[in-house]
Design a protein around this ligand. Sequence first.
Ligand SMILES: *Cc1c(COP(=O)(O)O)cnc(C)c1O
Length: 408
Amino acid sequence: MSVVEKKSTNEAAMAQATWAEVSLSALAANYRRLQSAAAGAEVMGVVKADGYGHGAAQCALALAQANEIPAQWLGVTDAAEGAAVRRAVKDPAVRILLMRGLLAGEIESAMEAALTPVVWTVAQMDALEAAAVRLDIKEFAVHMEIDTGMSRQGVSPAELPAMLARFTQSSPLRLEGVMTHFAAAEEVASPQNDSQMKIFEQALEQIRAAGLRPEWIHAGSTSTVDAGSALPVLLRLAERSKTRLMCRAGIGLYGYALPLTGAASQVHGELEPVLAWKTRILSISDTAPGARVGYNGTFIAEKPMRLALLPVGYADGLRRELSNAGEVLITGKRARIVGRVSMDVTIVDVTAVPGAKAGDEVVILGTQGGERITADDHARIAGTIAYEILCGINVRVPRCYLSGDEQS
Ligand SMILES: *Cc1c(COP(=O)(O)O)cnc(C)c1O
């Protein structure tokens, strides 16, 4: 992903057809809000998937260096991303959890970058142990994931004894953390949450009974912090297992959260979107009534119209579902997308945006004047979630990093 350093955003952006502005101060403020809502639990800053499209290394550094509450733990996808985050955040006291688990080919680079992998199979333990011996590493911390009912990754209760037996005195592998992931944290009243919590509790008891003493347990995501209702239960589990509790927050850091059912939101309304996505008008044209617009003529002008061509398309991650449905902001006014979103360009209706001219800044996501368009708006139209919209902004869209309050 190309990165434009914030010397002069305008200057750098002038050369770009479309770009994203990432406010690192908004990111730090969101982290602060989540951490203070977490009721004494530590909050891991999840920067996986390239920081949900915001840039993993830049976001990791901003979180680790945040003034009042710096993040102690960061969560990444794989060894390559973890190594990039480690190059940005050199302090070994800042821990980096490799959340997706390791492929055999990633083990040595993960160890060299002092990453902490999540493990859940005996084969992973064997491969890690062999690598630690080969690299002469005396002690290597791992976190074990318990599958409490999501059937994604994690050791099942039935397989747990075999896993626990692998943490022998002579093994360089040390069980530092035990984690699980809730399948429906935003559906607060879902019975699946209670059943997952119960299985997690039983696993923690088995782990203590096996004589193992992890320092951390972690569970839950942004929704868990936002709802707050599972936090007392998790804090009691931590207390009983003599561990510390951590929640892993991703989407909330970037200013979004899933709508909750069954509980009031504690922080969602205070979170600020971190990313603004912009472009500028390439050209303006007037069309006569009857003109067909874009591929397959899915829009037909019924009156004389003024159209603006934008140099952004689905190859940038602008969802094709926004065809004839999405809007952008130009001079603080909403302009509707007309016709199909093309690969590299999109047409918008500026008939009611007098004065719109080539070169004008266009907001795809963000605020302009009193208007705002969010990733939730795009997600609603595209039938998905804000996560996918943010992660879907293509790497060819350069990210500019704003460290103060420059973001408009
Ligand atoms: C992505 C992820 C999270 C963060 O979830 P958000 O909803 O983005 O806060 C937490 N835990 C695990 C295991 C994840 O994969």
